[in-house]
Write a protein that binds this ligand. Structure first.
Ligand code: CA
Ligand code: CA
Ligand code: CA
Length: 408
């Protein structure tokens, strides 16, 4: 019975030796595993940061031919955009710069606060400079738009498209979103008016959006109530001199008076309404194509051709209808009509002055994910009225635009 304990002891010793000899090997493996884990968690944290921050952008290069313009043709970069977005659990930040037409300007500069924890963007409050939450056309990306520009009235009723302030976006149900905000009212920050409201009035904006899935469509009702001021200027007396006939440097009797700078009459400060009421509809399957339309009634300051102040508040209207149809994979054909009437009753803009309407057609071709070419033809008509001669004049422009776009 003796050999067994000996065998047991020998076995135990051998095992101990083997374990000892394997000890350094195991700890090496563990160390390298730990090292690998460190490296992986480092990569993971960098990736998480990268996922939270994204850089996007696009360039729109254009060639425009318009016979009535001087010069009649032009090649230029319309937009050169760089967007930076960062997302966290409690919100997200958006910052974008545009360097198109050779002047870098700040476009988006806002952040969203996700008010309800763990419910993402259901209830958010946006602060900073952002697209006005009105209808759909303003917020629709330049890269998605078929015709080169938004309808002409949008630049007049929503200068710069963006404004500064804050608004809450409340998801009432999964398909019903209510936006409510307060804005400076004067539009995007400019070098002349750098993140500054020219007056004490703040404008209110509200929008109700509803998405329907059968049939697939989006409907929006929007309201905007505001005030605006256009500062006048004081009267300036004429600056006069005299013809110094005898050259003695003094005005003597008989020497004629000459006007060097004529007098300027005082221009009164004008205050007026800045109200807009809008209805918008996107219908995603109309005869196999997409319909987008918007109608706006407004009260806005307009140039007064009638006797009275140089500017006056008038009832205005604007709208557009766009239809696009996919004809081949990646190819879209579209047509748009839009109009703007700054004074629908012709109270201040006599004889239909300032009315404009545009008809446009476009063909758009997508090449891969990044590149899009589009060719459009438009007929823009603007009416002016001469009060003295009582003559109406229609100015018609027919620009042809070829656009090449890269989005990343
Ligand atoms: Ca204001
Ligand atoms: Ca003299
Ligand atoms: Ca009119």
């Amino acid at each position: 019975m003796k050999p067994r304990p000996i065998l047991t002891v020998v076995t135990a010793l051998l095992m101990a030796a083997v374990v000892r000899s394997e000890e350094p090997a195991l700890s090496d493996l563990q160390a390298s595993q730990l090292q690998m884990q460190d490296v992986l968690s480092g990569i993971q944290s960098v990736l998480t940061q990268m996922q939270k921050t994204s850089v996007t952008g696009y360039v729109q290069a254009r060639g425009v031919y318009q016979r009535s313009a001087v010069p009649s043709n032009n090649l230029f970069d319309k937009l050169a955009r760089l967007n930076l977005k960062n997302t966290s659990d409690y919100g997200s930040l958006m910052f974008s710069l545009d360097g198109g037409q050779n002047s870098v300007t700040v476009k988006d500069a806002y952040f969203d606060w996700y008010v309800l924890p763990n419910q993402g963007q259901r209830w958010t409050v946006r602060f900073g400079q952002f697209f006005r939450p009105f209808g759909y056309e303003i917020e629709r990306s330049e890269t998605q738009r078929e015709l080169p520009e938004r309808p002409a009235a949008w630049a007049i009723l929503f200068p710069g498209n963006r404004d500064q302030g804050a608004y809450a976006s409340l998801g009432l149900t999964r398909t019903l979103i209510f936006d409510l905000g307060i804005l400076n009212g004067s539009g995007t920050s400019t070098t002349a008016l750098s993140y500054k409201d020219p007056d004490d009035d703040k404008d209110g904006i509200a929008r109700l959006r509803w998405s329907c899935f059968t049939p697939r469509m989006d409907v929006a009702l929007s309201g905007y109530k505001g005030r605006q001021v256009v500062n006048g200027s004081a009267a300036v007396a004429a600056v006069t001199g005299f013809v110094d006939t005898n050259g003695n440097g003094k005005k003597d009797p008989g020497e004629a008076t000459v006007i060097l700078t004529p007098a300027k009459t005082a221009v009164p400060t004008v205050r007026g309404d800045r109200d807009r009421w809008g209805a918008a509809l996107n219908f995603y399957d109309l005869l196999g194509g997409v319909f987008r339309g918007e109608y706006i009634l407004a009260r806005d300051l307009t140039t007064n051709l009638a006797p009275g102040l140089p500017l006056a508040t008038a009832d205005a209207a604007a709208g557009y209808a766009l239809y696009t149809h996919s004809v081949l994979p990646g190819t879209i054909l579209g047509a748009r009509y839009d109009f703007y009437d700054p004074d629908i009753h012709n109270t201040y803009r006599l004889g239909g002055d300032g009315e404009q309407e545009t008809v446009g057609v476009v063909a758009r071709q997508q090449v891969g994910d990044a590149i899009t070419f589009s060719l459009s033809w438009e007929r823009q008509r603007v009416r002016s009225f001469n009060v003295k001669s009582a003559v109406k004049t229609n100015q018609t422009n027919r620009p042809v635009t070829l656009q090449a776009q890269y989005v990343f």
